[in-house]
Ligand binder design. Structure first.
Ligand code: PLP
Length: 379
C-alpha cells in the first residue's frame, strides 16, 4: 500500500464524488443549454453544483463561474480586471502560484506595471511594503490565501482593508485553502476568488471563479453563451457535478478533516525532530494549513530523498525541481530567504484523507536512514 503524503499536489477522488460523476456520465448526459428534457435534467445538476460550490465559500450561486481549472480562473480574473480598469499597476506577492505570476507577467509585457511584494521569513506578506506600494494607480492586488509549498496562510481581511481604501481590486487564490481551512468570501473581503476541485478530493479539470456582484468579467474563453457569457464552451457536466459534490463534502467534513490532517502532520514533525538531526521547518508554524509540513534536511539531496521515498512507496514533493539539467530552487523557498542548497534539501509533506498514524510511523521509521544517505550523496 502506498503512503500518499502529497495532497497539495492533488488528492484522490472521494468515492461519493466518483459515484456522482459516474451517474452523470451514465444517466444525465444532456447538454445543459438544450431546451429538451435531457438538457433540463443536466441543467438542474449543474445548478445544484453551483449551489454547493457557493455554499463552500459563503457566496451566492450566480456569482460562481465554472472553469476548467484554477489556472483558467486566475487568468480570467486578472484579464477581466485589466480590461475593466483604467489603472495600470498590478501588485502580487513573491510566493504566488505560476497561474497568477504568468498572467501578470503577460500584462507587464503589454505595458502594465507589475510589482511583487516580499514576504518575511515565515512567508507572511510584508504589509508595510504593501501599504507603500498600493496607490491610486493600482488596479489589483493578487494574494494567495494559502501557499501550496509551505502552507502559509495570509491575513486577507487586513489586506482587503488596505487594498479597498485606495479603490483597488483584491484577487485571492484560495486553491490550497479550500477543504482545509474555512473560506468565506465576505469575511475575507475579496473581490474575486478561485478554487479547483482536485485539491479537495474532486476531479481534475474542474475549477471555479467567484466574482463579487458588480465585478465585470470578460470571458477568457469566448464562443458561447454558457455561464451567462462569462465562459464559453459546453459545460464539463460530470466534472462540475464532481466539483459540487466535493465542495459539499469539504464543507461538511472540514472540522474533522482539519483536525485529522493536523494531528498526523504534527506527529510527523515531532517524529522528525526527535529522529533526524539538522532539520528545520520552512514557513510559519502558526499561520499554516493544518496539513502542510515543509522541512529542510540540512545538507541533503532532496531530489534523491524524494526518489528513494517514492521507491519505498511514499509520495512527497521536493523544494527544488530539475529544470534543463540543473536543480532550480523553488521561488517560494527563495522568497523566505532559503539559499539554493537549503531549498534543495527541503521536502514538502502534505497529509489528507486516508492517511493514518501507522503510515506516519512507517515514514518516521525510514527517514533517519534515508536522510543520512541523501546527505552522503550531497556531500
Ligand atoms: C495555489 C494554487 N493555485 C492554482 C493552482 C492551479 O490549479 P489547477 O491545477 O486547477 O490549474 C494550484 C495547483 O497546483 C495551486 O496550488
Amino acid at each position: 500500500m502506498r503512503i500518499y503524503l502529497d495532497h497539495n499536489a492533488t488528492t484522490p477522488v472521494h468515492p461519493e464524488v466518483a459515484s456522482a460523476m459516474q451517474e452523470m456520465l451514465r444517466e444525465n448526459w444532456g447538454n445543459p443549454s438544450s431546451t429538451t428534457a435531457e438538457g433540463a435534467q443536466a441543467r438542474r445538476a449543474v445548478d445544484r453544483a453551483r449551489e454547493q460550490v457557493a455554499a463552500l465559500v459563503g457566496a451566492d450561486a450566480d456569482e460562481i463561474v465554472f472553469t476548467g481549472s484554477a489556472t483558467e480562473a486566475n487568468n480570467t480574473a486578472l484579464h477581466s480586471v485589466a480590461r475593466a480598469s483604467d489603472r495600470t499597476r498590478f501588485l502580487s506577492s513573491t510566493i504566488e502560484h505560476p497561474s497568477v505570476d504568468e498572467p501578470l507577467a503577460f500584462l507587464g509585457e503589454q505595458g502594465s506595471q507589475v510589482i511583487q511584494i516580499g514576504v518575511d521569513e515565515t512567508g507572511r506578506l510584508d504589509l508595510t511594503s504593501l501599504r507603500l506600494q498600493v496607490d491610486d494607480r493600482t488596479a489589483l492586488v493578487a494574494v494567495i490565501l494559502a501557499n501550496n509549498e509551505i502552507g502559509v496562510v495570509q491575513d486577507i481581511p487586513t489586506l482587503a482593508e488596505i487594498v479597498h481604501r485606495i479603490g483597488a481590486h483584491l484577487h485571492v487564490d484560495a486553491t490550497q485553502a479550500l477543504g482545509k481551512i474555512p473560506v468565506d468570501v465576505a469575511t475575507l473581503g475579496a473581490d474575486t476568488l478561485v478554487g479547483s476541485a482536485h485539491k479537495f478530493n474532486g476531479p481534475k479539470g474542474a475549477g471555479f471563479l467567484w466574482a463579487r456582484k458588480g465585478v465585470l468579467l470578460t470571458p477568457w474563453i469566448r464562443g458561447g453563451p454558457q455561464e451567462k457569457r462569462r465562459r464559453g464552451g459546453t459545460e464539463n457536466t460530470s466534472g462540475i457535478v464532481g466539483l459540487g459534490q466535493a465542495a459539499e463534502l469539504a464543507r461538511v467534513d472540514l472540522p474533522v478533516r482539519a483536525t485529522d490532517s493536523a494531528r498526523l502532520r504534527d506527529r510527523l514533525w515531532e517524529g522528525i525532530l526527535e529522529g533526524v538531526p539538522g532539520v528545520r521547518r520552512n514557513g510559519s508554524e502558526e499561520h499554516v494549513l493544518p496539513n502542510t509540513l515543509n522541512v529542510e534536511f540540512e545538507g541533503a539531496a532532496g531530489e534523491l530523498l524524494l526518489q528513494v521515498l517514492d521507491g519505498e512507496g511514499i509520495a512527497v514533493s521536493a523544494g527544488a525541481a530539475c529544470a534543463s539539467g540543473s536543480i532550480e530552487p523553488s521561488h517560494v523557498l527563495s522568497a523566505i530567504g532559503r539559499n539554493p542548497e537549503q531549498a534543495r534539501g527541503s521536502l514538502r509533506f502534505s497529509t489528507g484523507l486516508r492517511n493514518d498514524e501507522a503510515q506516519i510511523d512507517r515514514v518516521l521509521g525510514l527517514l533517519p536512514g534515508l536522510v543520512a544517505r541523501a546527505r552522503e550523496v550531497a556531500a
